[in-house]
Ligand binder design. Structure first.
Ligand code: NZQ
Ligand code: ZN
Length: 389
């Protein structure tokens, strides 16, 4: 049975090799002051920075830059951007980069004119957004998070050692996002496959919950199949446009609220990864992969029907002669083999984790979960398994 829901998505998507042609027209809907937000230089290496600056100049915009947005963006960076917005009366934030840049832009959007303490109000207390927000537009260069068409903003507070995710209401979504798969060709393989696991994880977080027959689960199975197929091609040939374009659009769909609508969801893997990220600053998708394998093996007995369905519908595993449990485990084994084949890291030591962090990460992890609510001891057990993997 489908649960009741409300769905709204105001983001305009321009997809394809010529999608940047739409930037000038989109910008004409906003005032002259643009905050150009980007990361640590990849957009300059691929020539995108020059192209965007050229379009901004042609459109007669005043450009202020927020540079050096780091992977796992920090609250300090959000505050730096918010200050620039206020000081320059910014009309639109143009985020050019991966999920970190876009998440940071959304954070700045809500924080700039927040009367109280934005961290407390928005990322700790999840209060409604009631102050002026600054519109955000994005040009995506890394497929994974889905930040280009959702309200998500995951921010790390280094002082508090907390990485907190928040899905803001749709009015905080990017107003438009430009998705040109060729921009992702330059990604190092490590970042590409991290993004691939991230998009798969978003789908699995929604999938491994509930037993009802719902449309969403079929959408998830189809999208996972597309990702797995395209990932194998992209790992061999990163410049295969068809594969990279399928990955880009799958990622946008995967972390769009539409893939979790109408059903309960899990999100425990993301909760553990967020704290792992707060302590190690690891690539988000790699952290998810390391946590997912022991987590799914632990909760599998509580959702065995769904894990068995995952094996047959996503991985084409032949059920003949197998018990439900054997089939369910074979699905997770297939996921692990896929990670190995793509070069996705599944060992916490390789992600910069040290033994003394494990207890701290477990203690600070938020407990959600669907088939089973973990105890903190079980979170620790998962981390230890991933550490020894
Ligand atoms: O800083 P630059 O130089 O741009 O380099 C980046 C960065 O080092 C590089 N990169 C990006 N595009 C490139 C490129 N390098 C070469 N060529 C390109 N075309 O890749 C590195 C990682 O970038 P980042 O933006 O951090 O990666 P990703 O898109 O995976 O974003 C991760 C962040 O998003 C959050 C994560 O927690 C993490 O903080 N998430 C956001 C979500 C959302 N908004 O809904 C949901 C996710 O679950 C996730 O939590
Ligand atoms: Zn994620």
């Amino acid at each position: 049975m489908n649960l009741d829901f409300k769905y709204q998505n105001p983001t305009t998507i321009y997809f394809g090799k010529k999608s940047l042609d739409n930037l000038k027209k989109e910008l004409s809907n906003y005032g002259d002051n643009v905050l150009l937000a980007y990361g640590k230089g990849s957009i300059k290496k691929i020539g995108l920075y020059d192209e965007v600056i050229g379009i901004l100049k042609e459109a007669g915009k005043n450009v202020v830059e927020l540079t050096g947005i780091m992977a796992n963006p920090t609250y300090d960076k959000v505050q730096e951007g918010a200050e620039l917005v206020r000081a320059n009366d910014i009309d639109i934030i143009l985020a050019v980069g991966g999920g970190s840049v876009i998440d940071c832009a959304k954070g700045i959007s809500v924080a700039a004119y927040c009367a109280g303490d934005p961290w407390m109000k928005y990322w700790l207390q999840f209060q409604p957004v009631d102050n002026k927000i600054v519109p955000v537009g994005s040009i995506l260069t890394l497929a994974g998070t889905g930040s280009e068409m959702n309200g998500g903003s995951v921010i790390t507070n280094n002082a508090m050692k907390l990485k907190m995710g928040r899905v803001f209401p749709a009015k905080v979504n990017p107003k438009f996002s430009i998705l040109n798969p060729t921009y992702t060709f330059s990604l190092p393989k490590y970042q590409m496959v991290s993004g691939i696991f991230d998009m798969m994880s978003h789908l699995m977080e929604a999938y491994f919950s509930g037993e009802d027959d719902v449309t969403t689960d079929y959408l998830i199975e189809g999208t996972l199949r597309s990702i797995i197929h395209s990932a194998k091609i992209a790992v061999e040939n990163p410049e295969d446009y068809e594969a990279r374009s399928n990955l880009m659009w799958s990622a946008t769909l995967a972390m769009n609220p539409i893939m979790g609508l109408s059903k309960p969801q899990d999100w425990q893997v993301h909760m553990i990864e967020h704290q792992l990220g707060a302590y190690t600053d690891c690539a988000h998708g790699m952290g998810l992969a390391a946590v997912s394998l022991p987590y799914y093996r632990m909760v599998l007995p509580y959702g065995v029907e769904k894990f068995a369905r995952f094996a047959t519908q996503v991985w084409d595993i032949d059920p003949t002669g197998k018990s439900k449990e054997e089939l369910a485990n074979a699905g997770i084994d297939a996921l692990e083999a896929f990670c190995d084949a793509c070069g996705i890291v599944t060992n916490l030591k390789d992600l910069g984790t040290t033994e003394d962090m494990l207890q701290l990460i477990a203690d600070s992890t938020v407990i959600l979960g669907a088939y089973k609510k973990l105890t903190k001891e079980e979170v620790l057990e998962i981390l230890k398994t991933a550490y020894e993997a």
